[in-house]
Design a protein around this ligand. Sequence first.
Ligand code: PGA
Length: 243
Amino acid sequence: TQSNTMARRLMVGGNWKCNGTMGFAKSHSTDVLNKLKFDPKKVEVVVAPTALHLSTVMANVSNNVHVATQNLSLTGNGAFTGELSTDMITDAGITHTLTGHSERRTLYGESDADVAKKTKLAADAGLTVLACIGELLEERESGKTKDVNERQLNAIRELCDDWSKIVIAYEPVWAIGTGKTATPEIAQETHAEIREWLGKNVSADAQKNVRILYGGSVTDANAAELIAMPDIDGFLVGGASLK
Ligand code: PGA
């Protein structure tokens, strides 16, 4: 579509969540990721394995496939058991990260402020950040979708002036892992609202250039009709990225 072909490079991210083995990390890199056919000038391909599988994937994927962490620490190096600092992530040559995935928010209690801080830390460290937002089913049903997305975006806006490293992944929580994809029309409506928010709250440049990915039960069966929408700039894919 017009606006997709204008300036924004598409992005497709695969989020493995807590899945995989060493064998899978190697075979999926060499047999699937390295065999993808795409023009890297038009599409940025990113994969987010578990922390344990990052090195194996990095050692095996071709240059055109970027590697992301699924999460990062609010704190730096030091006495922070179980954490992964931005210093370590960048030192390892990793270029991308997710922040604020709904599973981090709902299962691990990450607040809007935590997500915003992580997004800021990551962007300042030079990582491209796929910052995830999205509403719960009851929030959509009670007409709060726009409010919830804007609340999550405002928290990030409070800390981040420079959005050149930020990609927004809109993932309605009711569509994640449920097989219930948002229709292209519903997704487009929300993406357009987010783009308008960018214009009002960040800058005209951000409105034009920040990529807004859709996530939630994306598969090869529904990707084509979703990507045809003018404000959908790619996908964050969970389950289907393992196949
Ligand atoms: P799904 O997950 O594609 O399995 O719905 C998407 C995500 O959580 O990023």
